[in-house]
Ligand binder design. Structure first.
Ligand SMILES: *Cc1c(COP(=O)(O)O)cnc(C)c1O
Length: 389
């Protein structure tokens, strides 16, 4: 029996290790020059004006929402098929959270359902302040249409790009904010490039970038032009509002900057693996997610949906058989509104039927750049055993 194949893992090389060693031997473990280098590497790749590195992706969603003015009484809307962090960002700001059901094909936030919900919310006087489209599995959302609705209904757009770095929509790279106010990135080791833990906001909005940067460091500024009254001298700083310590270390940033030099190669390999899966999985009782032809996926995940009507096994049995065969499958995601902490807020099963249906059928297959071509065949064979075909 061959070894366990995880669903995702980082690829680090000698250059990455050296970049971290160099920081460890330098004067700055944090608040040093590696942060700016990493921010520039990401903004150069995406084509965005500003990058603000932070301790993790969750912190970037939180502070971007806060800097956009989200507060008690406001609404943030997102997709139910996402990691809890996309929704929690609203709650950290004291705002209300609601969801828009997904497109049954791509499983991304559905623009038609968004429009219908906006029409109702306008009547009820409860329009959202922020909508968070999540590029699920790496497949970009219908950003042109979501942007047009943002113009019409006056909400801000914060893209959750945690799965999507390396991808694009209508030739606009994810992260360049062509259709949004800001994009959140995550550098957790299962994501496209890693800094251990880490996240970044990219934005083209000068004021938003300044505000997020200020909130990242306790709400403190050293910029005399921003102070209340006069600066008292070169040592002086002011806390302008209640911020946080959400800084990234230089150790993490050096790793992230080194990883960014490999982003194109990682993205190309992920696309290759996806194409190999597409070929290999034909004839099995399952289907991949639909793809929007305007988008190039970052391929964080390769999701399948089981055709449960064609097999006698349950999703759980298929999943357990794959695990027993050494295939590190996963399920992305349990719909956020069904989490007990959201049920407590009044959400319940039946509210977002496309998301709930998807969840019943979904399995995440292994996907990471260091996978070998043979690994894809091994997954295919294991799926054949698990589904009894
Ligand atoms: C990973 C992820 C985040 C942020 O995660 P961190 O672990 O805090 O970096 C946010 N949204 C989605 C969809 C994610 O997958």
């Amino acid at each position: 029996m061959s070894s366990f194949l995880p669903y995702g893992r980082q690829s680090l090389d000698a250059e990455d290790l050296q970049a971290v060693m160099d920081v460890l031997k330098s004067d700055f473990l944090t608040q040093g020059p590696a942060i700016g280098r990493f921010e520039k590497a990401v903004t150069d790749w995406c084509g965005a004006k500003h990058g603000i590195a932070m301790s993790n992706g969750t912190a970037t969603l939180h502070l971007a929402a806060k800097a956009m003015g989200l507060k008690h009484g406001d609404w943030l809307w997102t997709s139910p098929i996402t990691f809890v962090a996309s929704a929690n960002a609203g709650r950290y700001c004291g705002a209300n959270v609601d969801f828009v059901d997904v497109d049954p094909g791509t499983v991304n936030l559905c623009p038609e359902r968004l429009e219908a919900k906006l029409q109702q919310a306008e009547k009820d006087g409860k329009l959202p302040k922020i909508v968070v489209p999540v590029h699920f599995a790496g497949q970009p959302c219908a950003m042109d249409r979501i942007h047009a609705l943002g113009q019409k209904y006056g909400f801000k757009i914060l893209e959750d790009g945690a799965h999507a770095l390396g991808g694009s929509y209508e030739d606009e790279r994810i992260g360049n904010c062509r259709w949004s106010d800001a994009v959140s990135h995550s550098f957790h080791p299962v994501k496209i490039v890693t800094s251990g833990e880490g996240g970044m906001i990219t934005t083209n909005d000068d004021e938003l970038a300044w505000k997020i940067g200020m909130l990242r460091t306790h709400g403190i500024t050293r910029d005399a032009d921003r102070m209340v009254g006069e600066s008292e001298g070169p040592w002086y700083y002011q806390q302008l509002e209640l911020g946080y310590n959400f800084r990234m270390t230089d150790i993490q940033a050096a790793l992230g900057a080194s990883q960014m030099t490999k982003l194109d190669a990682f993205a190309a390999r992920r696309r290759e693996i996806a194409a190999l899966y597409d070929q290999a999985l034909g004839g099995l009782p399952l289907r991949p997610l639909a793809r929007d032809p305007k988008g190039i996926s970052g391929w964080h995940l390769y999701m399948i949906r089981l055709n449960l009507a064609e097999i006698s096994q349950t999703r759980r049995q298929v999943f357990e058989s794959l695990r027993a065969q050494g295939i590190g499958v996963n399920v992305h995601y349990i719909p956020v509104h069904l989490q007990p902490d959201y049920v407590r807020l009044g959400f319940h099963a039946g509210m977002f039927p496309e998301a709930e249906q998807y969840y019943q059928e979904a399995i995440t297959l292994p996907m990471f750049p260091a996978m070998k071509d043979e690994d894809i065949l091994r997954v295919r064979d294991a799926l054949a055993v698990a589904t009894g075909v």
